[in-house]
Design a binder for this molecule. Sequence first.
Ligand code: ADP
Length: 603
Amino acid sequence: MKIGEHIKIYRRGIAALWRLSRDGAAFRFLGAVVEAVTPYVPIWFSARLIDAIAAGQPAGTLALYAGLTVGLSFALGLLAAWFKKRIDVGNFEFSDNLAFSYSWKAMEMSYASIEDRDVALRRERVENETTMGYNFYTLRECTQSAILYLTQIAASVSLTASFFALGSVAVWMKLALASGVAAAVAWQIVLYSLSARQVRKLMSCVVDVNLHAGKLDELIGDYAYGKDIRLYGMGEGLVQKELELSMTWTRAFNRVHLRAGLLDCLGKAADFVLRFGIYLVLIYASLRGEVSVGSIAKYVSCVTLLLSAAAGIVKSITQLAVNNGYLQRYFSWFDIPNEMYKGTLTVEKRDDNEYFVEFRDVSFRYPHTEAWALRHVSFKFKVGEKLAIVGLNGSGKTTFIKLLCRLYDPTEGEILLNGVDIRKYDYDEYMSLFSVVFQDFRLFAVSLGQNVAADTQFDKERVYDCLSRAGFDVRESSMPKGLDTPLYKDFDKDGVEISGGEAQKIALARALYKDAPFIILDEPTAALDPVSEYEVYSRFNSIAGDKTAVYISHRLASCRFCDKIAVFHAGQIVQSGRHEELLADTSGKYHALWTAQAQYYTK
Ligand code: ADP
């Protein structure tokens, strides 16, 4: 990273710190100034006191100096204690807002970004680096230290400036003092940049290893994998793999920190040699009567503080420079734009219900892939119709639905609702038109009622009704607390583990509760037992009511009742029409699928 980039990213980091907690940042930085000047109060007044005693000044003057030393130190101590309290309060606000910032950003992202593995990995890497000590906390603490050291450097320089103005002190002594301090600072710069290089190397090589080990750890502890791990005797191998990864990380970490420790020792040794030299110079000057006894104590303390502040500032700046790499990766995740065009049109409410959806020469490729998931798809269906979509696995059925619901936008072509490109409609309003049960739907570890309503507040009677229409009888099921029964055990030991079939019915009830004009079911019966499957088919028309229903299924028998069937093959719609028409075409794909029977073409 170039220096300009360092400055830019650092400023952005500070602006983010400010946004995350104003109080936290302001009091921390003010606190650093107070902490920095506190030791200079006794240093300055002690020098005045000693010189006053040596000069035989009256007791009142001595008492005044003593009083000022104690009084000012006390006032600064009180201020520091108050700042500390405000900082503690700010810390909570800061950590909470930092965690929320990830959640807000994730919700703001398009579905395409959320599904993109590269994006997910970027975030996981950033979070992983956080645990390795490079993060917003480091930015905050190193900036605080930098302010403290800079204040100390300014105070030390201004209090030692009088030494250089003394005409009685030989020029060689002034030069020796100045060059000694400069050499010490230069030495620290060299050592810390070597150590920063080591840390950067460590970060670049171990973050992935750490990430991998973390994933394994998560997987081993996740009860959802517990059955397979135990039955297939995979436990030992997984633990061994995790151990190897964690050893790789530990070895790299130890190596780098041993080197950093060695560099630290070299820095300390040089520092002590220099301090000793400074003592000698000042003692020599005092013996020759060039500086007062009080001033010697002041100069020695100031130069000692100056040296440690100089070492501190070099350390803080190098740490901040390494941390800028983290900030750059952090912001690169936050800067991922939501490229979905968000229109403003409201969806037209028509009394005649004469809506129609049209795919006009639509082609689609998933991000980072070359293959077309859909190619030149043109298709029209009327709102209110029951549309079935059939085809082999991977033929593009789910992708068709994802485009219809605007989880993705077409790569080519357009999708129209009543002749208007769906991108032009208000995004949230358009989304609210669809109730979808995807094949890979998810229920949440909250109560059954909240799962159906997708909300914490809900109308119990409506929830019961939707569950019963979906074929799920709460009273006959194993739901001890009815709608308040928690699903899964993530947050509650009394949570109920439900079967795949039950989950599918609950997901169907959730779609019904939303009561959107389009209901889309992607393989809605795949996990159901034959009786439940029959129930869903036979009641499908009443379940869907007058809604537009899109129904993806492998079981062709279940599609016969639909007004229209679209047959997908290799990303294209190769046939469409009613069941009888399609079956009549004996050379068509539908006929082939029908005769081959549903269960054989799921392979
Ligand atoms: P179907 O629903 O008919 O089984 P899909 O629409 O899920 O088929 O998939 C169509 C094609 O797109 C397949 O080749 C599949 O591998 C690919 N595909 C699906 N989802 C993604 C994704 N998120 N990223 C990349 N390719 C995908």
